[in-house]
Design a protein around this ligand. Structure first.
Ligand code: AVI
Length: 327
């Protein structure tokens, strides 16, 4: 009687929280303050990202959907190579709305493949598994929950079928150019000669079009950025006042870097996990890069990371491409 039960987070959860704390403190005590955009996606962040994808200004999702809906036969014929059985592995599958069009087409063609979605979220994978079982009952599906490369290693070690890896959504743009190069090289190192990667890249285009996609009138992208401060307050017991920050978006048409910042509106100090952090008035937090590419840059990236580019499949506006690379 009278005993109190202290609920400890599961070890896995507390490791994630430790990493989050370390990354936040490291980022906000650096000379040039920075937060990692991979932390945008808590429950509220997921909802805001769904709203971003539905905004009229945010064209990326619509363009890639156009490719998967209207160029499905081209995609399928490019990846169904020599009619050999293969594993179709999707990194960060999420709700797989776009890839579902390809899955259906491949099944209709009686292609011999297993769909292997990889996602960090077990909930997302089980919802996806249930939905696909209803919509595409003939689909062979084998989900992998965890970090991309750890799961990819598991997927490649488990059999010697040919692999086709999907990395969609323009997610590669959320890496700095150098990081994207390292990512592609690491991806290559998990594949065998003849395996393929289909990667979604957002192209350079009219600069205003790009800026509008990240600087929407309704302020959803601003809320998406500010939500990371709320997450830090909640999960790390910090006391940042989100009203003291505003969102600023910038696009450099020469480098193709579209960057999100939060600007400190006043001189202020905040406490985060035992660290006092000072923000000067107008000091920036670098929140996210959404890199835009030229076709030439994409071809060079393929070669530098040990791939050969086989095809580029673009949407009807020529704003976005899915590039098919062979290892
Ligand atoms: C997920 N990623 C490709 C999005 C992008 O376009 O960079 C994230 C995003 N950030 C603001 N709006 C959308």
């Amino acid at each position: 009687t009278g005993a109190t039960t202290v609920l400890k987070p599961f070890p896995q959860e507390s490791i994630k929280l430790d990493q989050f704390r370390t990354d936040v403190i490291e980022g906000l005590t650096a000379k040039r303050k920075k937060l990692l955009s991979k932390y945008f996606y808590d429950h509220r962040g997921d909802q805001l990202f769904q709203q971003i994808m539905a905004m009229p200004e945010y064209y990326l999702t619509k363009c890639e959907l156009d490719i998967f809906q209207n160029r499905t036969a081209d995609l399928a014929s490019a990846i169904c190579f020599r009619e050999s059985p293969f594993d179709l592995i999707e990194l960060g599958a999420g709700d797989a709305v776009k890839s579902s069009f390809l899955l259906k087409f491949l099944l209709d063609q009686e292609a011999d493949f297993t769909y292997r979605p990889i996602d960090i979220s077990g909930n997302i994978l089980s919802e996806l598994g249930e939905r696909l079982a209803m919509q595409l009952p003939a689909l062979k599906i084998d989900s992998l929950q965890g970090e991309y490369f750890e799961m990819l290693r598991q997927a490649t070690g488990s059999n010697n079928r040919r692999k086709v890896v999907l990395f969609l959504g323009g997610n590669i743009g959320n890496m700095e150019i150098g990081e994207a190069g390292l990512f592609c090289r690491e991806l290559r190192s998990h594949l065998n000669a003849g395996d393929m990667a289909l990667i979604g890249f957002d192209l350079k285009k009219n600069p205003q079009q790009i800026l509008d996609a990240y600087n929407d009138r309704a302020g959803i992208t601003a809320a998406f950025n500010l939500n990371l401060l709320s997450r830090i307050n909640r999960e790390l017991g910090a006391n940042m006042d989100t009203d003291n920050f505003s969102h600023y978006q910038n696009y450099d048409p020469e480098t193709g870097a579209c960057r999100s910042y939060l600007v400190s509106l006043v001189r202020q100090q905040v406490d985060i996990a035992g660290n006092r952090i000072v923000f000067e008035e107008n000091e920036l937090i670098d929140m996210e890069v959404s890199q835009k590419f030229s076709r030439q840059q994409i071809g060079e990236l393929a070669i530098r990371s040990g791939f050969m580019q086989l095809r580029e499949i673009s949407d009807s506006k020529n704003w976005f491409i899915d590039a098919l690379w062979m290892a």
